[in-house]
Write a protein that binds this ligand. Structure first.
Ligand code: NAD
Length: 503
C-alpha cells in the first residue's frame, strides 16, 4: 500500500506528501482499519488526496510509542541543551521548506500562500525558537525549611505523554503552539490534526524525523474527532490533553478526561469577541483593525472580533469607513497574489456560515455588505456586515466562524462594557480610544483572556494567550504555556534531624 501521494499546486510545484500514520518515526498503515480521510481543496472542491484514518487501536500503538520515548529517551535522558538544539533544528528545516509547506497549507485549508508563509509559518518558526530557548532553563526552587537539618526543593518534571488535538483554521500554527512547549520541557506527543486539514502536520512529521528527534517523541495520527480525538481524551495512559476547537468538543474532552484517568486538560475554545470603538478613536485606524478583526483568515479565527460596538456620535461615519474598507478585501483562490482571504475550509462550514447569514436577515438585522452567494465552485463567502442588531439575535450570541460582523451602537462607556461582557465567551476583546484613562478602565473591565487596545488580533509568542468563561482553561504561548506541561515534584530532604520514636 502506498503511503505517499504527489500533489501538484497551481504554482507548478509537485509536492510529495506522506499519507500514512507517523508512529515511532516510521510511516505505517492502520493496524486494523481501511478508513481514509479525504482532503479537499476548498477553493476548487476537488480531492487533493486521501490519508489513512487512525483507529482506536492505532491510537493505542501511538500512545505506547510515546510512552516508550518518554521512559527511555526524551523524557529520561535527553538534556535540555539537546532538546533546545533539536527544536532549533526543526525550526531551521521549516524555514528551509516554508514555500512548500505554505503551498500545501493553501491547497488543504484555502488561506493565501503569502499569509501561510509569512505569518503562519513565520510565527510557527518563532514559536519553536522561543521554546527552544526555554528548554535548558526549566528551573525548580530551593525552599528554606529549617536552615539546619532540612531543605526542600522542587523538580519541574515533564508531565508525560500528551495528546494534542488541533483544529483546521491554523493547521501549522496550532501544531507549533502545541508541540513547542511540550517538547521544551521533555514531554512526548501524540498529535491528532483535524480530519479536514491533516496534510501539513504529516509533512512536518517528515521534518521531525529529519531533524533527528528520537522515535516516538512526536507521533502523528490523523483521525476523525469522534474516533482518534475521543480515544486520546479517554486514554488511560495519556497524562494530558491539549485541545483547540469548539466549546462543544472541549466539554466532551473534559468529561472523557474526568471519567478515564483525570488527566490534565487545557482547552482553547471559541469566542464571540467584542470590539469597541469610542468617539475619540482614530476612526481610520480603528476601521482597519476592526476589518482585520473580523476578516483575517476569512473570519475563521477564535478571537474574531465579531461583535462591534460603536459610540452613537460617530456611528454613521464609522460604519461607512468600515464598509468601504471591508469591501476592498479580495476573497479568492489562495494561489492568486491579489487574494487577502481564502474560502472557508469546507462545505459544512460554508453551509453553517450561510445558515447564520440567513438567520440574521430573518431576525431583521440590516445587511449593509455581502449577503449574496457567489456562483461557481469554491467555498467563498464575501465580507458580510449586519447593522441594527439586538443582543438577543443568534448572529450576536453564537460563534459563526466566518467573515460575518454584527454592529450595534452604544451611548456611554458603562453601556459598552455591559454589552461587551454579555456573552458566555471570554477569549478576546478590543477597544479604540485616545483617552488613556478610558483605555485602562475599559481594559480592566472587559471579561477576556486577551484585550487589545488600539489594535486587534496580534499575538506574540512570549505573551500568554487563552480564555476566560467558556472560552477555555489554561494558557498557550509565553512562560505560562510551559506550566501546562510540567508536573511539580516537591522533594523534602533531611540531612540531620533525628526522629524520636514513639511520638
Ligand atoms: P471541532 O471542535 O469539532 O474540531 C476541532 C478538533 O477536535 C478536530 O481535530 C476534531 O477532529 C476534534 N474532535 C471532534 N470531536 C471530538 C471528540 N469527541 N473528542 C476529541 N476530539 C474531537 O470543531 P469543528 O466541528 O471542526 O468546527 C465547529 C466549530 O468549532 C466552528 O464553526 C467554530 O465555531 C469552532 N472552532 C473553533 C476553533 C478555535 O480555534 N477555537 C477552531 C475550529 C473550530
Amino acid at each position: 500500500m502506498s503511503l505517499s501521494a504527489t500533489v501538484a499546486t497551481p504554482s507548478g510545484a509537485k509536492i510529495t506528501v506522506p499519507t500514512g500514520l507517523f508512529i515511532d518515526n516510521e510511516w505505517v498503515p492502520s493496524a486494523d482499519s481501511q478508513e481514509k480521510l479525504q482532503c479537499i481543496n476548498p477553493a476548487t472542491e476537488e480531492l487533493i488526496c486521501e490519508v489513512v484514518a487512525a483507529s482506536e487501536k492505532d491510537i493505542d500503538i501511538a500512545v505506547a510509542a510515546a510512552r516508550r520515548a518518554f521512559k527511555t529517551t526524551w523524557g529520561k535522558n535527553v538534556t535540555g541543551f539537546e532538546r533546545s538544539r533539536l527544536i532549533h533544528k526543526l525550526a531551521d528545516l521549516i524555514e528551509r521548506d516554508a514555500q512548500q509547506l505554505a503551498e500545501l497549507e493553501t491547497l488543504n485549508n484555502g488561506k493565501p500562500v503569502k499569509i501561510a508563509r509569512d505569518f503562519d509559518i513565520g510565527d510557527s518558526v518563532g514559536c519553536l525558537r522561543y521554546y527552544a530557548g526555554w528548554a535548558d532553563k526549566i528551573l525548580g526552587q530551593t525552599i528554606e525549611v529549617d536552615n539546619k537539618t532540612k531543605l526542600a526543593f522542587t523538580r519541574h518534571d515533564p508531565i508525560g505523554v500528551c495528546g494534542q488535538i488541533i483544529p483546521w483554521n491554523y493547521p501549522i500554527n496550532m501544531w507549533a503552539w502545541k508541540v513547542a512547549p511540550a517538547l521544551a520541557v521533555g514531554c512526548t506527543i501524540v498529535m491528532k490534526p483535524s480530519e479536514l486539514t491533516p496534510l501539513t502536520a504529516l509533512k512536518l512529521s517528515e521534518l521531525v524525523k529529519e531533524a533527528g528527534f528520537p522515535p516516538g517523541v512526536i507521533n502523528t495520527v490523523p483521525s476523525l474527532g469522534g474516533v482518534g480525538g475521543a480515544a486520546l481524551s479517554s486514554h488511560k495512559d495519556v497524562d494530558k490533553v491539549a485541545f483547540t476547537g469548539s466549546t462543544v468538543t472541549g466539554r466532551k474532552i473534559m468529561e472523557a478526561a474526568a471519567k478515564s484517568n483525570l488527566k490534565k486538560v487545557s482547552l482553547e475554545l471559541g469566542g464571540k469577541s467584542p470590539h469597541i470603538v469610542f468617539e475619540s478613536a482614530d476612526l481610520d485606524q480603528a476601521a482597519n483593525w476592526a476589518a482585520l478583526g473580523i476578516l483575517y483568515n476569512t473570519g475563521q479565527d477564535c478571537t474574531a472580533g465579531s461583535r462591534l460596538f460603536v459610540q452613537d456620535s460617530i456611528y454613521d461615519k464609522f460604519i461607512s469607513i468600515l464598509a468601504a474598507k471591508a469591501k476592498e478585501l479580495t476573497i479568492g483562490d489562495g494561489f492568486d497574489e491579489k487574494t487577502g482571504g481564502g474560502p472557508v475550509v469546507s462545505k459544512t462550514q460554508y453551509e453553517r456560515v450561510w445558515g447564520y447569514i440567513e438567520a440574521g436577515k430573518q431576525a431583521g438585522a440590516k445587511c449593509i455588505l455581502g449577503g449574496t452567494k457567489r456562483p461557481g465552485k469554491g467555498y467563498f463567502i464575501d465580507p458580510t456586515i449586519f447593522t441594527d442588531v439586538t443582543p438577543d439575535m443568534k448572529i450576536v450570541r453564537e460563534e459563526i466562524f466566518g467573515p460575518v460582523l454584527s454592529v450595534a451602537r452604544f451611548k456611554t462607556e458603562k453601556e459598552a462594557i455591559e454589552l461587551a461582557n454579555d456573552t458566555t465567551y471570554g477569549l478576546g476583546a478590543g477597544l479604540h480610544s485616545k483617552d488613556s484613562d478610558q483605555c485602562m478602565r475599559v481594559a480592566s473591565a472587559l471579561e477576556a483572556g486577551t484585550v487589545w487596545v488600539n489594535q486587534y488580533n496580534l499575538l506574540n509568542n512570549n505573551v500568554p494567550f487563552g480564555g476566560k468563561k467558556q472560552s477555555g482553561i489554561g494558557r498557550e504561548l509565553g512562560f505560562d504555556a510551559l506550566q501546562e506541561y510540567i508536573s511539580v515534584k516537591a522533594v523534602h530532604y533531611n540531612f540531620g534531624e533525628k526522629l524520636d520514636w514513639p511520638l
